[in-house]
Design a protein around this ligand. Structure first.
Ligand SMILES: [Zn+2]
Length: 322
């Protein structure tokens, strides 16, 4: 079945999943972890297809495969939390009840739960109970980019499959193959935790352009050519999450350069300018600013006055100079 591709960096995880099946060692619950942008959802979906296929191979020919392709296989369930929302006990209970029904086709029913760390306490307890009393013929594939937020009792009852960001030697050619220039591909990966799908989405968005504009303005600010209050006003509509991230990458690069380290920059396209700028900045203040940015990142979800926060970050930037 061509419907769901296996990405090159998923080969090892896929071998692990196939081995569970081949050796009949698949438990009721799998936990697939790894940062966003590595295709956890696609991997889970592909595995679900293999589990549900009447030929156990995602053959694309049998009726189960055809139903999956059409998106209406009755034995395939998914649960995706709404953006920014928790997974509630009602949604978990509903899923578990449906999962317990007799399979319409084949021998199994499969449920895929996205962002499972977003289960609230009641939902997690309900889920745990299901794991303690596994029902025959059911497989739950839970996905998480933040597994440390899951209760240890849940983690320990799942078979763990870990996806890790591939080296640039794998991901750069993958992006190049899709028509992106090498330098752009590299930058996109460095700006997105080396996660190829996140890098690709970034390249298709307006973020590369915005990032360049922001960097330009920030360097001008430090050179005394920009007013911090007007600067803050110009960027007041941009999510502070983006601005904090750009500043974190800039400060990380400047601190590396100030310490005499010239490689592994997160903004390699700005190498020369950042190198010149680093000579004029105070390392201790850079590290203090880095700390401040990390603190801001922690409270981004809360109801803060974003405009004030942005202004305070820009004013703090002015103090970086020797
Ligand atoms: Zn099939």
């Amino acid at each position: 079945m061509e419907g769901i591709a296996l990405f090159p960096w998923q080969a090892q995880a896929w071998r692990q999943l196939e081995a569970y099946l081949r050796l009949a060692r698949l438990s009721q619950a799998l936990l697939i972890t790894g940062p966003s942008g590595l295709g956890k959802g696609q991997l889970a979906q592909r595995f679900a297809r293999t589990l549900l296929c009447q030929n156990q191979s995602a053959c694309g020919q049998c009726s189960a495969c055809r139903l999956l392709e059409a998106g209406n296989h009755p034995d395939y369930l998914t649960l995706i939390p709404e953006t920014g929302k928790e997974l509630t006990i009602e949604s978990i209970r509903d899923l578990i009840e449906k999962l317990a029904l007799k399979p319409h086709y084949g021998l199994r029913r499969v449920a895929v739960i996205h962002a499972c760390e977003r289960m609230n306490l009641a939902a997690a307890n309900c889920f745990l109970k299901t794991l303690e009393e596994p029902a025959l013929g059911t497989v739950i594939v839970a996905l998480s980019a933040l597994p440390s937020r899951l209760p240890a009792t849940i983690r320990s009852r799942c078979q763990h499959v870990r996806l890790v960001a591939p080296p640039l030697a794998v991901s750069v050619p993958w992006l190049e193959h899709q028509g992106f220039a090498k330098e752009k591909a590299e930058l996109a990966l460095l700006q997105n935790g080396r996660a190829p799908l996140a890098a690709r989405a970034w390249l298709h968005s307006d973020l590369p352009e915005k990032r360049c504009k922001f960097l330009e303005s920030w360097i001008q600010l430090l050179a005394g050519q920009k007013d911090p209050v007007l600067f803050a006003r110009d960027w007041s509509d941009e999510p502070l999450e983006h601005i904090t991230f750009w500043l974190l990458t800039l400060v990380a690069d400047l601190a590396r350069l100030a310490m005499g380290l010239r490689d592994s920059l997160l903004n390699p396209d700005q190498n020369a300018r950042l190198h010149a700028l680093a000579k004029k900045l105070n390392l201790t203040r850079l590290l203090a600013f880095w700390q401040r940015l990390l603190e801001v990142r922690e409270v981004l979800d809360s109801q803060l006055n974003q405009a004030l926060l942005l202004e305070s970050l820009l004013l703090a930037s002015l103090k970086l100079k020797v």
